[in-house]
Design a protein around this ligand. Sequence first.
Ligand SMILES: [Fe+2]
Length: 335
Amino acid sequence: MKNPFDILEQNSLNFKLTPISFREIFFIAESPCDIYAQVDGLFKVVLYKKAEISNTVLRDLLQKKLANLFVMEDDRPSLRFAQQENLRNVIRSLSIGDPLEKAKYATNLLAINLGYLYEDPTDDNLLNLQVQSAKNLATFLFNKPQIHEALYKEFIKQGHHYIFAQPFLSTLFLLGVMKNTRLYIDKDIELFFLTSYFKDIGMSAIPVEKYNDENLSEDDRKLLASHPQLSVNILRGRVPLPPNHLKIIENHHIYSTLTNQLNLADKDDPNVVFGFETMMISVMDTVAAMITDRPFRKAESLYKSLDLIRLLIGEQYPQEFKLIVFYFKNFFKGM
Ligand SMILES: [Fe+2]
Protein backbone atom coordinates (compact mmCIF):
# COMPACT_ATOMS: atom_id res chain seq x y z
CA MET A 1 0.00 0.00 0.00
CA LYS A 2 1.20 3.52 -0.74
CA ASN A 3 2.27 5.45 2.31
CA PRO A 4 1.05 9.04 2.79
CA PHE A 5 4.46 10.40 1.92
CA ASP A 6 4.34 8.67 -1.50
CA ILE A 7 0.95 10.18 -2.20
CA LEU A 8 2.18 13.63 -1.29
CA GLU A 9 5.27 13.17 -3.44
CA GLN A 10 3.18 12.03 -6.42
CA ASN A 11 0.85 14.99 -6.05
CA SER A 12 3.72 17.39 -6.03
CA LEU A 13 5.29 15.69 -9.08
CA ASN A 14 1.99 15.88 -10.89
CA PHE A 15 2.11 19.60 -10.32
CA LYS A 16 5.72 20.17 -11.37
CA LEU A 17 6.07 17.81 -14.34
CA THR A 18 5.49 18.82 -17.91
CA PRO A 19 5.04 16.37 -20.81
CA ILE A 20 7.67 16.15 -23.53
CA SER A 21 7.48 14.28 -26.79
CA PHE A 22 9.46 11.07 -27.13
CA ARG A 23 11.37 12.44 -30.12
CA GLU A 24 12.83 15.17 -27.90
CA ILE A 25 15.24 12.63 -26.41
CA PHE A 26 16.45 11.43 -29.82
CA PHE A 27 19.96 12.46 -30.84
CA ILE A 28 21.03 13.27 -27.28
CA ALA A 29 23.99 11.30 -25.99
CA GLU A 30 23.14 11.77 -22.34
CA SER A 31 20.06 12.91 -20.50
CA PRO A 32 20.33 16.62 -19.65
CA CYS A 33 17.96 16.18 -16.68
CA ASP A 34 15.87 13.54 -14.89
CA ILE A 35 13.22 12.17 -17.22
CA TYR A 36 10.04 10.68 -15.82
CA ALA A 37 7.34 8.34 -17.04
CA GLN A 38 4.28 6.85 -15.39
CA VAL A 39 5.07 3.36 -14.19
CA ASP A 40 2.04 1.50 -12.78
CA GLY A 41 0.25 4.80 -12.40
CA LEU A 42 3.10 6.48 -10.51
CA PHE A 43 5.62 8.99 -11.79
CA LYS A 44 9.09 7.47 -11.71
CA VAL A 45 12.44 8.60 -13.06
CA VAL A 46 13.20 6.39 -16.08
CA LEU A 47 16.37 8.23 -17.10
CA TYR A 48 18.47 10.01 -14.53
CA LYS A 49 20.42 13.14 -15.40
CA LYS A 50 23.59 12.24 -17.36
CA ALA A 51 22.27 8.74 -18.14
CA GLU A 52 23.37 7.50 -21.55
CA ILE A 53 20.62 7.62 -24.20
CA SER A 54 21.50 5.00 -26.77
CA ASN A 55 19.27 3.35 -29.35
CA THR A 56 18.99 0.39 -27.00
CA VAL A 57 17.73 2.66 -24.23
CA LEU A 58 15.15 4.25 -26.57
CA ARG A 59 13.98 0.84 -27.79
CA ASP A 60 13.74 -0.43 -24.25
CA LEU A 61 11.50 2.49 -23.21
CA LEU A 62 9.22 1.87 -26.20
CA GLN A 63 9.00 -1.84 -25.47
CA LYS A 64 8.00 -1.11 -21.89
CA LYS A 65 5.39 1.31 -23.24
CA LEU A 66 7.09 4.23 -21.54
CA ALA A 67 6.87 6.64 -24.44
CA ASN A 68 4.89 9.29 -22.54
CA LEU A 69 7.68 11.19 -20.91
CA PHE A 70 7.83 14.12 -18.52
CA VAL A 71 10.45 16.46 -17.14
CA MET A 72 10.36 19.00 -14.33
CA GLU A 73 9.11 22.31 -15.66
CA ASP A 74 12.39 23.94 -14.59
CA ASP A 75 14.41 21.36 -16.54
CA ARG A 76 12.58 21.86 -19.84
CA PRO A 77 15.07 24.53 -21.07
CA SER A 78 17.98 22.08 -20.70
CA LEU A 79 16.31 19.71 -23.15
CA ARG A 80 15.53 22.50 -25.58
CA PHE A 81 19.08 23.70 -25.32
CA ALA A 82 20.43 20.26 -26.20
CA GLN A 83 18.25 20.08 -29.33
CA GLN A 84 19.18 23.63 -30.33
CA GLU A 85 22.84 22.66 -30.08
CA ASN A 86 22.16 19.57 -32.18
CA LEU A 87 20.49 21.63 -34.88
CA ARG A 88 23.25 24.25 -34.83
CA ASN A 89 25.92 21.57 -35.22
CA VAL A 90 24.27 19.70 -38.05
CA ILE A 91 23.50 22.90 -39.94
CA ARG A 92 27.15 23.96 -39.65
CA SER A 93 28.35 20.68 -41.09
CA LEU A 94 25.70 20.04 -43.76
CA SER A 95 28.21 19.55 -46.53
CA ILE A 96 30.16 16.88 -44.66
CA GLY A 97 29.10 13.25 -45.06
CA ASP A 98 26.19 11.62 -46.88
CA PRO A 99 23.88 14.43 -48.14
CA LEU A 100 20.62 12.53 -47.61
CA GLU A 101 21.56 11.42 -44.10
CA LYS A 102 22.58 14.97 -43.23
CA ALA A 103 19.37 16.45 -44.68
CA LYS A 104 17.22 13.88 -42.84
CA TYR A 105 18.87 14.70 -39.55
CA ALA A 106 18.73 18.46 -40.16
CA THR A 107 15.04 18.51 -41.14
CA ASN A 108 14.11 16.33 -38.19
CA LEU A 109 15.84 18.71 -35.80
CA LEU A 110 14.42 21.70 -37.62
CA ALA A 111 10.89 20.40 -37.00
CA ILE A 112 11.61 19.65 -33.32
CA ASN A 113 12.98 23.15 -32.89
CA LEU A 114 10.06 24.68 -34.75
CA GLY A 115 7.90 23.09 -32.06
CA TYR A 116 9.89 25.01 -29.42
CA LEU A 117 9.48 28.22 -31.37
CA TYR A 118 5.71 27.72 -31.55
CA GLU A 119 5.68 27.37 -27.76
CA ASP A 120 7.31 30.79 -27.55
CA PRO A 121 7.36 32.72 -30.84
CA THR A 122 8.80 35.78 -29.06
CA ASP A 123 12.07 33.96 -28.31
CA ASP A 124 14.70 35.59 -30.53
CA ASN A 125 17.25 32.82 -30.07
CA LEU A 126 14.84 30.17 -31.30
CA LEU A 127 13.75 32.33 -34.21
CA ASN A 128 17.32 33.23 -35.23
CA LEU A 129 18.34 29.60 -35.14
CA GLN A 130 15.40 28.71 -37.39
CA VAL A 131 16.29 31.52 -39.80
CA GLN A 132 19.94 30.53 -40.00
CA SER A 133 19.07 26.85 -40.38
CA ALA A 134 16.44 27.50 -43.04
CA LYS A 135 18.89 29.67 -45.01
CA ASN A 136 21.65 27.07 -44.96
CA LEU A 137 19.22 24.32 -45.80
CA ALA A 138 17.87 26.36 -48.73
CA THR A 139 21.32 26.64 -50.30
CA PHE A 140 22.16 23.03 -49.56
CA LEU A 141 18.93 21.66 -51.04
CA PHE A 142 19.06 24.03 -54.00
CA ASN A 143 22.29 22.32 -55.04
CA LYS A 144 21.03 18.81 -54.31
CA PRO A 145 17.77 18.28 -56.24
CA GLN A 146 18.61 14.58 -56.56
CA ILE A 147 17.88 13.96 -52.88
CA HIS A 148 14.54 15.85 -52.69
CA GLU A 149 12.25 12.92 -53.32
CA ALA A 150 14.03 10.60 -50.88
CA LEU A 151 14.15 13.39 -48.31
CA TYR A 152 10.43 13.99 -48.73
CA LYS A 153 9.69 10.31 -48.00
CA GLU A 154 12.06 10.19 -45.04
CA PHE A 155 10.66 13.39 -43.58
CA ILE A 156 7.09 12.05 -43.81
CA LYS A 157 8.24 8.86 -42.06
CA GLN A 158 9.50 10.88 -39.10
CA GLY A 159 5.87 11.53 -38.24
CA HIS A 160 6.07 15.09 -36.95
CA HIS A 161 2.79 16.79 -36.17
CA TYR A 162 1.55 18.28 -39.41
CA ILE A 163 1.77 21.78 -37.97
CA PHE A 164 5.55 21.38 -37.79
CA ALA A 165 5.95 19.25 -40.91
CA GLN A 166 3.89 21.30 -43.35
CA PRO A 167 6.20 24.37 -43.45
CA PHE A 168 9.15 22.32 -44.62
CA LEU A 169 7.21 20.12 -47.04
CA SER A 170 5.55 23.01 -48.82
CA THR A 171 8.89 24.83 -48.94
CA LEU A 172 10.72 21.83 -50.38
CA PHE A 173 8.22 21.76 -53.26
CA LEU A 174 8.55 25.49 -53.73
CA LEU A 175 12.32 25.25 -53.92
CA GLY A 176 12.11 22.50 -56.53
CA VAL A 177 9.62 24.23 -58.78
CA MET A 178 11.41 27.57 -58.53
CA LYS A 179 14.69 25.95 -59.43
CA ASN A 180 12.99 24.38 -62.46
CA THR A 181 11.83 27.78 -63.74
CA ARG A 182 15.48 28.94 -63.92
CA LEU A 183 14.19 32.46 -63.25
CA TYR A 184 15.77 32.85 -59.87
CA ILE A 185 19.26 33.12 -58.47
CA ASP A 186 20.32 31.50 -55.20
CA LYS A 187 19.73 34.65 -53.18
CA ASP A 188 16.10 34.94 -54.40
CA ILE A 189 15.52 31.31 -53.65
CA GLU A 190 16.82 31.75 -50.13
CA LEU A 191 14.34 34.58 -49.49
CA PHE A 192 11.42 32.64 -50.93
CA PHE A 193 12.46 29.63 -48.90
CA LEU A 194 12.29 31.73 -45.72
CA THR A 195 9.00 33.32 -46.81
CA SER A 196 7.36 29.98 -47.40
CA TYR A 197 8.87 28.32 -44.35
CA PHE A 198 7.74 31.03 -41.91
CA LYS A 199 4.37 31.88 -43.44
CA ASP A 200 2.40 29.88 -40.86
CA ILE A 201 4.22 30.91 -37.72
CA GLY A 202 1.06 32.83 -36.72
CA MET A 203 -0.62 29.47 -36.23
CA SER A 204 1.33 29.30 -32.98
CA ALA A 205 -1.52 31.41 -31.52
CA ILE A 206 -3.54 28.20 -31.22
CA PRO A 207 -2.26 25.31 -29.05
CA VAL A 208 -1.08 22.43 -31.23
CA GLU A 209 -3.46 19.83 -29.68
CA LYS A 210 -6.42 21.76 -31.03
CA TYR A 211 -5.26 21.15 -34.59
CA ASN A 212 -6.01 17.45 -34.14
CA ASP A 213 -9.66 18.27 -34.23
CA GLU A 214 -11.25 19.30 -37.47
CA ASN A 215 -13.86 21.42 -35.72
CA LEU A 216 -12.22 24.36 -34.04
CA SER A 217 -14.32 26.69 -31.89
CA GLU A 218 -15.58 29.88 -33.47
CA ASP A 219 -12.87 31.94 -31.73
CA ASP A 220 -10.11 29.54 -32.73
CA ARG A 221 -11.37 29.52 -36.30
CA LYS A 222 -11.13 33.30 -36.39
CA LEU A 223 -7.61 33.15 -34.99
CA LEU A 224 -6.69 30.52 -37.58
CA ALA A 225 -8.10 32.60 -40.41
CA SER A 226 -6.00 35.54 -39.23
CA HIS A 227 -2.77 33.51 -39.06
CA PRO A 228 -1.20 35.15 -42.16
CA GLN A 229 -1.44 38.55 -40.48
CA LEU A 230 -0.29 37.12 -37.14
CA SER A 231 2.72 35.62 -38.93
CA VAL A 232 3.66 39.03 -40.29
CA ASN A 233 3.28 40.57 -36.82
CA ILE A 234 5.58 37.93 -35.35
CA LEU A 235 8.19 38.24 -38.11
CA ARG A 236 8.29 41.94 -38.92
CA GLY A 237 11.60 43.51 -37.89
CA ARG A 238 12.93 40.18 -36.61
CA VAL A 239 13.71 38.25 -39.77
CA PRO A 240 15.64 39.42 -42.85
CA LEU A 241 12.61 39.52 -45.15
CA PRO A 242 11.90 42.59 -47.30
CA PRO A 243 8.39 44.16 -47.17
CA ASN A 244 7.21 42.52 -50.40
CA HIS A 245 7.96 39.12 -48.92
CA LEU A 246 5.96 39.96 -45.81
CA LYS A 247 3.17 40.94 -48.21
CA ILE A 248 3.36 37.47 -49.75
CA ILE A 249 2.97 35.96 -46.27
CA GLU A 250 -0.04 38.18 -45.67
CA ASN A 251 -1.65 36.83 -48.84
CA HIS A 252 -0.40 33.27 -48.81
CA HIS A 253 -3.88 31.75 -48.67
CA ILE A 254 -5.10 33.43 -51.79
CA TYR A 255 -4.97 30.16 -53.73
CA SER A 256 -5.72 27.73 -50.98
CA THR A 257 -8.73 26.06 -49.52
CA LEU A 258 -8.26 26.90 -45.87
CA THR A 259 -10.65 29.83 -45.82
CA ASN A 260 -11.88 29.27 -49.35
CA GLN A 261 -14.91 31.47 -49.83
CA LEU A 262 -13.07 34.58 -48.80
CA ASN A 263 -9.98 33.81 -50.84
CA LEU A 264 -11.75 32.73 -53.97
CA ALA A 265 -13.74 35.96 -53.87
CA ASP A 266 -10.51 37.94 -53.51
CA LYS A 267 -8.94 36.03 -56.35
CA ASP A 268 -11.62 37.15 -58.76
CA ASP A 269 -11.47 40.76 -57.65
CA PRO A 270 -9.66 42.65 -60.46
CA ASN A 271 -8.46 45.24 -57.94
CA VAL A 272 -6.46 42.67 -56.07
CA VAL A 273 -3.22 41.83 -57.77
CA PHE A 274 -1.15 38.93 -56.58
CA GLY A 275 2.17 38.07 -58.10
CA PHE A 276 3.51 34.86 -59.47
CA GLU A 277 5.51 34.16 -56.31
CA THR A 278 2.49 34.54 -54.03
CA MET A 279 0.61 32.15 -56.26
CA MET A 280 3.47 29.64 -56.22
CA ILE A 281 3.85 29.71 -52.43
CA SER A 282 0.11 29.35 -51.96
CA VAL A 283 -0.22 26.53 -54.48
CA MET A 284 2.73 24.53 -53.14
CA ASP A 285 1.23 24.88 -49.67
CA THR A 286 -2.10 23.55 -50.90
CA VAL A 287 -0.59 20.56 -52.69
CA ALA A 288 1.66 19.68 -49.73
CA ALA A 289 -1.35 19.84 -47.39
CA MET A 290 -3.66 17.81 -49.62
CA ILE A 291 -1.28 14.93 -50.29
CA THR A 292 -0.36 14.37 -46.64
CA ASP A 293 -2.46 12.88 -43.83
CA ARG A 294 -4.15 14.92 -41.16
CA PRO A 295 -5.39 13.57 -37.81
CA PHE A 296 -8.96 14.02 -39.08
CA ARG A 297 -8.61 12.91 -42.72
CA LYS A 298 -6.56 10.78 -45.07
CA ALA A 299 -4.23 12.17 -47.73
CA GLU A 300 -5.67 12.89 -51.18
CA SER A 301 -4.02 11.70 -54.38
CA LEU A 302 -1.60 13.92 -56.25
CA TYR A 303 -3.98 13.79 -59.19
CA LYS A 304 -6.83 15.18 -57.11
CA SER A 305 -4.68 17.97 -55.70
CA LEU A 306 -3.45 19.01 -59.15
CA ASP A 307 -7.03 18.99 -60.36
CA LEU A 308 -7.90 21.48 -57.65
CA ILE A 309 -4.88 23.61 -58.58
CA ARG A 310 -6.10 23.59 -62.18
CA LEU A 311 -9.42 25.01 -60.99
CA LEU A 312 -7.69 27.63 -58.86
CA ILE A 313 -5.03 28.91 -61.28
CA GLY A 314 -5.48 27.13 -64.62
CA GLU A 315 -7.13 30.03 -66.40
CA GLN A 316 -5.00 32.80 -64.98
CA TYR A 317 -1.68 30.98 -65.12
CA PRO A 318 -1.87 28.28 -67.84
CA GLN A 319 1.91 28.08 -68.43
CA GLU A 320 2.73 28.04 -64.77
CA PHE A 321 0.13 25.34 -64.20
CA LYS A 322 1.88 23.15 -66.78
CA LEU A 323 5.18 23.77 -65.05
CA ILE A 324 3.68 22.72 -61.70
CA VAL A 325 2.17 19.53 -63.18
CA PHE A 326 5.49 18.72 -64.84
CA TYR A 327 7.36 19.27 -61.60
CA PHE A 328 5.11 17.04 -59.49
CA LYS A 329 4.86 14.24 -62.04
CA ASN A 330 8.62 14.21 -62.22
CA PHE A 331 8.99 14.42 -58.48
CA PHE A 332 6.75 11.46 -57.77
CA LYS A 333 7.65 9.34 -60.78
CA GLY A 334 9.30 6.79 -58.50
CA MET A 335 6.26 6.48 -56.21
FE1 LIG B 1 -1.09 29.30 -43.90
